[in-house]
Design a protein around this ligand. Structure first.
Ligand code: FE2
Length: 376
């Protein structure tokens, strides 16, 4: 196996030209934001937070903001056809448009990144209301995806100017989802390294792990991946590209159906994956099925773990370890009818890696789904 951990000096905050405080929110462009918000509240246990639309002076779109612990999603839909959001949905289906990053200074973040070759999406812009001000700027990344830089240190309202508090009498219980652990992008053939370079040069990230097609291949299909992390490790973006195999790679299937590059999965942290996944399954979320044979030898591979194996096997939760500990993870089926975006639920117990020991079982499970869709 040729996995390489790249040892580089950790960038100290004093030299980190783009200090990030974490993921601020993830915005999805969807065909029907009202129904999508209901789905995420019902199935995943988010709470209503904020709303923007004609009633708040926004004429061309409606956005619902929902939150669970430190995980914030925005669901946005266009109100008319002649709108770039409508074009985005026509082309890609429902998907992630914005990975918004929390910063101390959004003007500086824009200057630092655009001066290093980042393509501007939004010049620094200050939004004000009676609760203070939020400064937003942004740059383009892979496909039609963008990074917004959000500076909210001088704001104490519910979300940001333009939004009002969304009061709802429907408040389903949470499912223990905590925050974004990492967000994975799928890019085209031979595009992984250019995007790695983008995150290194434009955003000051470093490549902390690499997987080649010897690591990530099954009998039929393959992919390559590099994990990019910002200086303090709060923001991690693995980048995948397809690799040659006997049949079509899962990344190619994504690129076909998303009609270009985009976010493949959002990994969400939990402190109790058995409880979280039990609840999500009860609420109708489908996960990839893992064969019993995986569990026959998993403890031999990872060693002793705190959890009983039986509930992990029953739920289909995967286990992997690295030098620092172990992790538990599971992958949902796609969240929309196109085989594009899915979620990972992850509980880290020391491990900082991404489940390399599970790749084979995972990709074989993915291929069974791909085959059932006739796309393998
Ligand atoms: Fe992941």
């Amino acid at each position: 196996m040729s996995t390489t951990t790249i040892e580089k000096q950790v960038t100290g905050t004093s030299t980190d030209f783009l200090p990030l405080q974490g993921t601020d929110y993830v915005e999805f462009y969807v065909g029907n934001a009202k129904q999508a918000a209901h789905f995420y509240k019902t199935a995943f246990g988010f709470q209503s937070l904020a709303y923007a639309g004609p009633e708040t002076g926004v004429k061309d779109r409606v956005s619902y903001v929902i939150r669970q612990n430190k995980l914030t999603f925005m669901l946005t839909t266009p109100l008319r056809t002649d709108n770039p959001i409508a074009d985005h949905i026509y082309k890609h289906g429902d998907g992630v448009k914005v990975l918004a990053l929390k910063v101390e200074d959004a003007t500086d973040a824009w200057q630092q990144t655009t001066s290093r070759g980042g393509k501007s999406y939004m010049e620094p812009s200050t939004l004000k209301d009676e609760n203070g001000e939020v400064v937003i700027s942004g740059i383009h990344t892979y496909g039609e995806t963008v990074h917004l830089f959000i500076e909210r240190k001088n704001y104490n309202g519910v979300f940001m100017p333009g939004f009002k508090k969304w009061e709802s009498n429907y408040n389903p219980a949470g499912t223990g989802l905590l925050y974004v652990d990492h967000c994975v992008g799928n890019v085209g053939w031979n595009q992984m390294n250019p995007w790695v370079k983008f995150y290194e040069e434009v955003m000051g990230f470093r490549n902390i792990l690499s997987f080649d097609d010897n690591d990530i291949s099954t009998e039929y299909s393959a992919l390559m991946s590099k994990v990019m992390s910002n200086g303090n490790g709060y923001v991690k973006f693995p980048i995948n590209e397809p690799a040659e195999g006997k049949k079509k790679s899962q990344v190619e299937e994504y690129l076909d159906f998303y009609n270009g590059e985009g976010v493949q999965h959002v990994a969400i942290a939990t402190a109790d994956i058995i409880e979280t996944v039990t609840e999500l399954q009860k609420r109708g979320i489908d996960f990839l099925k893992i064969p019993a044979s995986y569990y026959a030898d998993v403890l031999g591979r990872v060693g002793k773990i705190d959890e009983d194996l039986a509930p992990l096997q029953e739920l289909g939760i995967l286990i992997d370890k690295d030098d620092e500990g172990y992790l538990l993870q599971i992958f949902s089926k796609p969240l929309e009818d196109r085989p594009t975006l899915f979620f990972e639920i992850i509980q880290r117990k020391g491990a900082k890696s991404f489940g390399k020991g599970n790749f084979k079982a995972l990709f074989e499970a993915l291929e069974r789904e791909q085959d059932a869709r006739g796309n393998l």
